[in-house]
Design a protein around this ligand. Structure first.
Ligand SMILES: Cc1cc2nc3c(=O)[nH]c(=O)nc-3n(C[C@H](O)[C@H](O)[C@H](O)COP(=O)(O)OP(=O)(O)OC[C@H]3O[C@@H](n4cnc5c(N)ncnc54)[C@H](O)[C@@H]3O)c2cc1C
Ligand SMILES: NC(=O)c1ccc[n+]([C@@H]2O[C@H](COP(=O)([O-])OP(=O)(O)OC[C@H]3O[C@@H](n4cnc5c(N)ncnc54)[C@H](O)[C@@H]3O)[C@@H](O)[C@H]2O)c1
Length: 448
């Protein structure tokens, strides 16, 4: 006999936790299934451990800058084991707090993988069955594996966080968020880094800023090899050579990271039998209300084809619970202004459309305002690297449709601009606002 709930959630990552907690807050009886650690990708093998590593790399970079401006400091060496223990302890604390909060909210947590056996019933391999009028699929995504010889010699992003020591010389295959962030972090921590890029770096970001970032990554010592189509890996763990389609061999590396995208965890969930539609890549197809093609079955987060970002999964889960349990018929997550930051060195952030997207949508009505500057401390140190800011506005009114910043501080300064753009931001608003001087943020107000 299956136990009845108001809402069942598969997956306790960003999206699933948000849906479950919001629904429980609104009075629903909720069951939450997940065989793995609470918090999913973001907390355990994504944003959180990544950001800790980024901070460590930033500190190493600041030491180098410190030496350039006159500090007498010896090169710092990171005690990797201590750093890893502290980071893991912090993450365990987050998981503990989730467990406490879920318990307090009365959410039934079942530490097992579940699949749908009917549109209102789920079952686990251990025989636990539960049913509800609403079932939310929030099973996320996993790193993509390639079907090429020697693939197993390399690692996936999940495994980077388990390394006992940083590699000496790493090859990173791929050119998306994960590839760029790990390349910069590893380099910051003193590794030799080769990035083997098949096509473009960071597709989806403004081309001008991406090229400016590539220049800085190379100046930082990262070797970027373009048009490298890796076809095989050979050697042994710790001594790996990569062969490309043009016959060129790369390496020898002591580590290889395959950062070639992510695939949705939508297999083995019983979706095919129920008729839940998916795209070719396996993403569960949803409308703006997170409804799948089967009534009573919904999906949020990376398992869908929406932007794979934690705040997107969280917003979708919350809106869904508000609609299903809170009775807010209009609640949906459909925000066109999604800010995001690549935690590279320096970081690069974007809100709204790139120049390429804006021109495709608005043609000649697009105004482009670009500025380049060298951050104050870099100038003091004699460095020449440049930050880039770009604003895209449309028409006579100059409504902002895109804001892009590459440079120190961009990760923190963009959130406030995202609030303004969400509400509707115009060029005249920037011109009539008093700047905070001297900051990186003011550069957005000082453009001509
Ligand atoms: C290295 C890395 C860095 C990232 N950095 C950022 C960042 O800085 N900022 C940002 O916004 N985003 C970042 N992301 C993306 C972000 O982590 C994801 O967008 C987010 O975690 C998606 O949440 P989700 O709930 O959809 O899935 P997940 O967090 O992946 O959670 C899915 C959960 O479902 C569980 N599950 C799977 N199958 C079943 C089943 N059959 N039954 C029950 N449970 C199941 C899994 O165990 C997992 O816990 C990063 C991702 C990676 C890989
Ligand atoms: N800071 C952040 O917010 C952050 C950080 C990490 C990840 N994320 C999210 O997670 C998502 C996944 O990131 P990702 O980097 O895994 O994927 P991605 O889609 O951003 O990039 C995948 C990269 O792999 C390349 N690629 C694909 N197949 C290949 C092949 N056979 N050989 C060589 N290269 C190949 C692609 O050209 C692309 O450059 C991102 O889109 C983003 O939404 C966000």
């Amino acid at each position: 006999m299956s136990e009845r709930f108001d809402l069942i959630v598969l997956g306790a990552g960003s999206g699933g936790l948000s849906a479950a907690q919001s629904a429980a807050r609104l009075g629903a009886r909720v069951a939450l299934f997940d065989p793995d650690a609470l918090g999913g990708t973001c907390v355990n093998r994504g944003c959180v451990p990544k950001k800790a590593m980024w901070f460590a790399a930033q500190i190493a970079d600041m030491h180098r800058l410190g030496a350039e401006i006159g500090f007498e400091a010896s090169t710092p060496r990171l005690d990797w084991a201590r750093f890893r223990a502290l980071r893991d302890q912090y993450i365990a604390g987050i998981r503990d707090r989730y467990a406490t909060r879920l318990g307090t909210a009365g959410i039934r947590v079942i530490a097992q993988a579940a699949r749908l056996v009917a549109s209102d019933t789920v079952l686990t391999d251990q025989g636990v069955e539960a049913s509800a009028p609403h079932i939310v699929i929030a099973t996320g995504a996993s790193p993509r594996r390639l079907d090429l010889p020697g693939f197993e010699l390399g690692m996936l992003s999940d495994q980077v966080f388990m390394l006992d020591a940083p590699p000496q010389h790493i090859a990173i295959v791929g050119a998306g968020y994960v590839a760029v962030e790990f390349a910069c972090m590893m380099r910051g921590l003193g590794c030799r880094v080769d990035m083997l890029v098949r096509e473009h770096l960071l597709t989806g970001f403004d081309r001008e800023l991406v090229e400016a970032l590539a220049v800085q990554m190379q100046a930082h010592g990262i070797r970027i090899v373009r048009e490298a189509r890796i076809e095989s890996a050979r050697g042994e763990p710790g001594r790996i050579t990569l062969a490309a389609s043009d016959g060129i061999e790369h390496g020898v590396y002591d580590a290889v990271l395959w950062a070639v995208g992510r695939v949705p965890n939508s297999g083995g969930l019983g979706l095919e039998a129920l008729g839940v539609e998916r795209d070719e890549a396996g993403h569960v197809l949803v409308d703006v209300g997170q409804n799948t093609s089967v009534p009573g079955v919904y999906a949020v987060g990376d398992v869908t084809d929406r932007r794979a970002l934690t705040p997107v999964a969280v917003a979708a889960g919350r809106a869904l619970a508000e609609r299903l349990i809170g009775g807010q018929a209009q609640a949906k997550f459909d925000d066109p202004v999604i800010p995001s930051v690549v935690f590279s060195e320096p970081p690069m952030g974007a809100i709204g459309l790139t120049e390429q997207q804006a021109r495709a949508r608005y043609g000649d009505a697009v105004n482009v305002h670009t500025g380049r500057y060298t951050p104050l401390l870099w100038k003091v140190a004699g460095r020449s690297g440049q930050s880039v800011v770009k604003l895209l506005s449309v028409g006579e009114e100059r409504k902002l449709v895109g804001i892009h910043v590459l440079g120190v501080g961009s990760d923190e300064l963009l959130q406030g601009f995202a609030v303004a753009m969400h509400k509707g931001l115009y060029w005249r608003d920037l011109k009539s606002t008093i700047a905070i001087h001297p900051t990186a943020a003011e550069e957005l107000l000082l453009l001509h």
